[in-house]
Design a protein. Structure first.
Length: 236
């Protein structure tokens, strides 16, 4: 399979890239920006992994990436990239301009990339879109209004992609992980993390490797699985 993973060189994205690149039959494209060293490491380990430098805050970078999608002959798109922080502050203290900025650098690039992928998938009459959301959509933490709002927007888009493209053998599914210790959540107070561990049904936090396994499953899932969100929080 030809696969594109956005934000695929660090944290969860790196785990997904490596998991999918383990299959030598896959050709795995992944974007990176600040994690150039990690991107080089991945490409050194996996001959079938190709890093593409792309700053989602740079319109020219995004335009260049979009223009390459047809040449990649993609079969799978994994929307993983997110630029920003998990906890920003209470909603009433966050500037409205910050909401606009975060939307422009996270949602707009994802839309443009997905549009290009769907156009290709429709011509091929097959394709899979897998989007990383968050379990915070269902158990909203204090201070995460901007992050949750952006993920909620993507949540509805995943449903739109599923319903509009099913007849073209294109699926759109998502995975919603609970809290993981990555660069995105690095500023979280250790006392809060300890509390989350103590309250967790398994007494441990979710790992990026576990989420990567779920993404791998979705890359091979039947086209009958469409419009589904897999919530990973160990809860019933």
């Amino acid at each position: 399979m030809n696969i594109l993973i956005t934000g695929g060189s660090s944290g969860l994205g790196k785990a997904i890239t490596q998991k999918l690149a383990e299959d030598k039959g896959n050709r795995v494209y992944f974007t990176y920006y600040k994690s150039a060293g990690s991107a080089k490491e991945i490409s050194s380990r996996f001959a079938n992994a190709i890093g593409i430098k792309c700053n989602f805050c740079n319109k020219d970078d995004v335009k260049s990436l979009v223009s390459q999608i047809a040449e990649m002959n993609l079969e799978v798109l994994v929307n993983n990239a997110y630029s920003g922080v998990f906890l920003k502050g209470h909603f009433h203290k966050v500037s409205s301009s910050d909401f606009l900025t975060e939307f422009e650098k996270n949602i707009i690039p994802t839309i443009e990339i997905a549009q290009a992928a769907i156009s290709l998938f429709r011509k091929k009459r097959q394709g899979k879109i897998i989007t990383v959301l968050t379990a915070a959509l269902f158990d909203i933490p204090i201070g995460a209004s901007m992050y949750v709002a952006n993920k909620a927007y993507l949540e509805k888009l995943t449903k739109v992609w599923a319903s509009e493209n099913a007849k073209y053998n294109i699926t759109s599914n998502s995975v919603s992980p609970s809290f993981m210790q990555t660069a995105l959540t690095a500023d979280t107070d250790e006392r809060i993390i300890e509390q989350m561990v103590n309250e967790h049904p398994l007494k441990r936090l979710l790992t990026v490797e576990e989420v990567a396994e779920t993404v791998l499953f979705l890359t091979h899932a039947s086209a009958q699985l469409n419009g589904v969100d897999i919530i990973m929080n160990a809860a019933t």
